[in-house]
Design a protein around this ligand. Structure first.
Ligand SMILES: [Zn+2]
Length: 334
């Protein structure tokens, strides 16, 4: 920066001149008839859905299974339609809400671990992209050593199967035994309402082939799995709902699974629940606890239904009530 005032004035005049010239050129361009350009067909296809980041020495890959439109105005409970509509308005969101379904891949350097697997065909035609996105991200399904399931709803376990084959033939599948005992029970399915039987069938179709192959190993409550990855109980959304703490070199990421579903509502008001909860009260209590811990400690979290890639921080809202979601700043690995 020059200290000569006259030179500064000159520089400003030059800048003004440049702007005027640019506008003139732009205006001249606008006079060219549009017909000289070919009408390119719109591509209407997104890039492969994966996002890669480092956490200490671990490589984390967020994998998209796709999105599904959900009538959240009807699915949310412990609130009113008017309150939900107001929240959606303030976040520029319309219902049905296009809802992400995310899974996460952790390469610890010695183990390749996937947390949740997407829906495959269990949750409608817009999901089931996990395998394609995994491959696009540079990994093959047979490389995966361990799969940790947050809970046995179809959009988290459907991807375990690829048609009638194990999608991950070399993986051991792990989940809390409370979910296994509940969802894999024929007696529970028999006594469930007709509309609820599909959930049990989906869990059995996805987990039982691994069970039969000796590749399903449930755990009971908080458990160290591989070095740097721990299961923590967060029962409520389902009887064995579990979050996973990933930690390397002091950096932490907690994979929340379905601790929450609708960012535009449940950060501001963690007490809002969803029809999918097995025990809404317990689910809300787990959510409040998870938000408070994440906000206090400042670690990263990721949610299966947060807008892809669904990784970020939580901070207490300036109003003193509720929380604010802070998505991770975009970064390119080099
Ligand atoms: Zn889910």
């Amino acid at each position: 920066m020059t200290s000569n005032p006259l030179a500064r004035v000159g520089a400003i005049a030059f800048l003004n001149l440049s702007v005027s010239v640019s506008i003139a050129v732009f205006s001249a361009g606008a006079l060219i008839p549009q017909s000289v350009h070919a009408a390119a067909p719109m591509v209407k296809k997104s890039a492969p859905g994966y996002y890669r980041m480092m956490l200490g020495d671990f490589e984390i890959t967020a994998l998209s299974d796709g999105t599904v439109n959900l009538p959240m105005d009807k699915l949310l409970t412990n609130t009113t339609p008017a309150a939900t509509a107001k929240a959606f308005g303030s976040y520029f969101i319309k219902t049905p809400v296009e809802t992400s379904v995310n899974a996460y891949l952790i390469n610890t350097g010695t183990k390749l671990v996937m947390v949740d697997t997407g829906a495959a065909g269990l949750f409608g035609p817009t999901l089931g992209n996990l395998l394609a996105n995994l491959k696009a991200s540079g990994y093959q399904p047979d490389q995966i050593d361990e799969i940790y399931i947050t809970h046995m709803h179809g959009d988290h376990i459907g991807g375990l199967m690829d048609g009638d084959k194990l999608a991950f033939p070399n993986a051991t599948v792990r989940a809390d035994k409370h979910d296994a005992d509940f969802w894999l029970s024929q007696a529970n399915m028999d006594k469930a309402a007709a509309d609820d039987k599909g959930g049990f069938q989906g869990a059995m179709a996805s987990i039982n082939p691994y069970l039969k192959a000796g590749k399903f190993k449930p755990f009971d409550g908080a458990t160290d799995l591989v070095p740097g990855v721990k299961a923590t109980s967060a029962f409520g959304h389902t009887p064995g709902h579990t979050t996973y703490l990933v930690e390397s070199k002091g950096e932490k990421l907690v994979l929340w699974g379905d601790l929450m579903h609708v960012a535009s509502v449940q950060f501001d008001n963690p007490a809002v629940t969803i029809q999918f909860d097995s025990d809404s009260k317990a689910a809300a209590a787990q959510r409040a606890k998870a938000y408070a811990a994440a906000a206090k400690e400042g670690y990263l979290v990721a949610g299966a239904h947060l807008s892809f890639p669904g990784v970020g921080h939580v901070r207490a809202a300036a109003t003193g009530k509720g929380y604010t979601w802070v998505p991770l700043n975009y970064s390119v690995l080099r």
